[in-house]
Design a protein around this ligand. Structure first.
Ligand SMILES: Cc1ncc(COP(=O)(O)O)c(C=O)c1O
Length: 454
C-alpha cells in the first residue's frame, strides 16, 4: 500500500497515502495480483472446445467451486457477473420480470430506503418503465430494518409482492441487517428475497444457504480482488429473466465471455477471506474503535452515525457527522494532507446532495452533508489512525471557520470571504467539479444519464 503519485509531489502530502476508503475499493492482495498476472498470460475462451478453451473453462469451474465454498453455496448457484452493480440489476429486474410473467398482479417491490444505488435505481427504473410499485421500507435512526416493519409491509398485500431486496450491510454507515430473520419472513410467503452482500462479504461470515436468501450479490474488488468481477448467487429454482442476452453463458442467465483471469483472481481473494476473515475482522474493529476514540477526543461534538461498535456494525466502518462542516470541504482538506476517505458512498460523492442513507435514518440535511466515512481494509495500520487523529481537529476547525464565513457573509460576501473560506471552497469545488465534469463527459461520449440526486 501507500506510495502514490501524491507522495511524489512536493507540498503538503505525506510520504505515504493514508488510505481509509476501503469500502469504495480495497487493496488488491499481492497473492491475487500474482495469479491474475499469471492467468492473463494464458490464451483461451472458456466456451471454446479446443484444449486452450478447456483449460480456461477448468480455471473458471475451479474458481466457481472456491467461491461457492467460501460463501456457503453450491457451485451451480454461482452466476458470474461484471460486479456488484450488474448482479444487483440482474436480481432486481430479472426477478421482477420473472414474477410478473407468472402473475401480473405482482407489482410491489419491497426494498429498504438505504440500499445502494445499484438496487435503488433498478427499483426506480422498474417503477418508471415497467409499472412496478416500490415500497421503501423505513429504517430506524441506526439504519436498521426491523423484521416487524417487513412483516407489516408484506402483510398489506402479500400476493402483489414481486420481490424483496435488503442489503446485508450498509455501504455508508456500516449497519448490519438481520438477514436470516428477514429472509425467513419472505419465505413464509414464497417471495424471492435478494440481499446485496457486497460490503459484508469481506468482513462477515456470509453463508448463502444458512441465511435463507434466494439471491445474493458479491463483488471482487471489495474483498481484495480486481474491479470488474462479481457474482450473483442464485438458489435452486430462482430463475431471473436475463438482463444481458448473447452467447448463453452462465446457463443462459448472464451472457458474455467469461473473464477467466478476473474470476481466478476473485476466487483467490475469496479464499483469503475464508482463511483470514475472523482475525481480520477483530483487527479492523480494534483500529476502528481507536479511530472513533481519537476523533471524539479531537472533536468532542462529533456524532458517530450508524449502529454502535459491536455485532450490529461492520468492523471496518466508522462514519461521522461533524456539526457545522461540509463533508466535501473536510474530504478535500484531509486529501491535501494525504488522507483519503469518503463522503457517503463513492458512487454518489461529488454530487452535491445529502446522503439518502442519513436522511432515511432521520438526520437533518446539515448533519447529512457534514459527514465522512472512514473504512478499513487489509492494508490498514495504526499509523493510519494516528494520522487522522493528528489532523482531524485542525481540519474540522478550518472547515467550520470556512462554513461560518460563508453562512455569515451570504453568497456575494462569501465569494470575497476570508482567505480560509476561499481556499476551502476552492478545494471542495475543484473536487466536486471534477466528478461532475467526468460524468458530463461520459454522458456526451456514451449517452449515459447523469444521476438524479436522491
Ligand atoms: C453495497 C454495494 N452494492 C453494490 C455496489 C456496486 O458494486 P460494483 O462496484 O462491483 O459494481 C457497491 C459499490 O460501492 C456497494 O457498496
Amino acid at each position: 500500500m501507500g506510495y502514490t503519485e501524491a507522495a511524489a509531489r512536493p507540498g503538503n502530502f505525506r510520504e505515504r497515502l493514508v488510505y481509509l476508503d476501503h469500502a469504495a475499493t480495497t487493496s488488491l492482495r499481492p497473492e491475487v495480483l500474482a495469479v491474475m498476472t499469471e492467468e492473463l498470460g494464458h490464451l483461451g475462451n472458456p466456451s471454446s472446445l479446443h484444449n486452450a478453451g478447456r483449460r480456461a473453462r477448468r480455471v473458471v469451474e475451479e474458481s466457481r467451486e472456491v467461491i461457492a465454498e467460501v460463501y456457503g453455496a453450491r457451485p451451480s448457484e454461482v452466476v458470474f457477473t461484471s460486479g456488484g452493480t450488474e448482479a444487483d440489476n440482474l436480481a432486481v429486474k430479472g426477478l421482477y420480470w420473472a414474477r410478473q410473467a407468472q402473475d401480473p398482479r405482482r407489482r410491489r417491490v419491497l426494498a429498504t430506503a438505504v440500499e445502494h444505488h445499484a438496487v435503488l435505481d433498478s427499483v426506480h427504473w422498474l417503477a418508471d418503465h415497467e409499472g412496478a410499485e416500490p415500497v421503501w421500507l423505513p429504517v430506524d435512526e441506526q439504519g436498521r430494518l426491523w423484521p416487524d416493519t417487513l412483516r407489516a409491509a408484506i402483510a398489506s398485500d402479500p400476493a402483489a409482492v414481486a420481490l424483496i431486496s435488503v442489503m446485508w450491510a450498509n455501504n455508508e454507515v456500516g449497519t448490519i441487517q438481520p438477514i436470516a430473520e428477514l429472509a425467513a419472513l419472505a419465505r413464509e410467503h414464497a417471495i424471492p428475497f435478494h440481499t446485496d452482500a457486497v460490503q459484508a462479504a469481506g468482513q462477515l461470515p456470509v453463508d448463502f444457504a444458512a441465511c435463507g436468501a434466494d439471491a445474493l450479490t458479491v463483488t471482487a474488488h471489495k474483498i481484495g480482488g480486481p474491479v470488474g468481477a462479481g457474482a450473483l448467487l442464485l438458489g435452486r429454482g430462482t430463475q431471473p429473466v436475463p438482463v444481458l442476452h448473447g452467447g448463453g453463458q452462465e446457463a443462459d442467465i448472464r451472457s458474455g465471455t467469461l473473464d477467466a483471469p478476473a474470476i481466478r483472481a476473485f476466487a483467490t481473494a475469496a479464499q483469503l477471506v475464508g482463511k483470514e476473515r475472523d482475525d481480520q475482522a477483530a483487527r479492523l474493529a480494534a483500529l476502528r474503535d481507536e479511530l472513533i476514540a481519537r476523533v471524539r477526543a479531537a472533536v468532542p461534538d462529533v456524532i458517530l452515525n450508524g449502529a454502535p461498535p459491536g455485532p450490529g456494525r461492520l468492523p471496518g466502518n466508522a462514519h461521522f457527522s461533524f456539526p457545522g462542516c461540509e463533508g466535501d470541504a473536510l474530504l478535500m482538506l484531509l486529501d491535501a494532507k494525504g488522507i483519503a476517505c469518503s463522503t457517503g458512498s463513492a458512487c454518489t460523492a461529488g454530487v452535491a446532495q445529502p446522503s439518502h442513507v442519513l436522511i432515511a435514518m432521520g438526520a437533518d440535511e446539515g448533519r447529512a452533508r457534514g459527514s465522512l466515512r472512514f473504512s478499513f481494509g487489509s492494508t490498514s495500520t495504526l499509523a493510519d489512525v494516528e494520522a487522522v487523529g493528528a489532523e482531524i481537529g485542525d481540519v474540522v476547525e478550518r472547515a467550520r471557520r470556512a462554513g461560518r464565513a460563508m453562512a455569515g457573509g451570504g453568497r456575494g460576501a462569501a465569494s470575497r470571504g476570508t482567505p480560509e473560506a476561499g481556499r476551502v471552497r476552492q478545494r471542495a469545488r475543484a473536487g466536486s467539479a471534477g466528478h461532475v465534469r467526468q460524468r458530463a463527459r461520459s454522458r456526451e461520449a456514451g449517452g449515459l444519464d447523469i444521476r438524479r440526486g436522491r
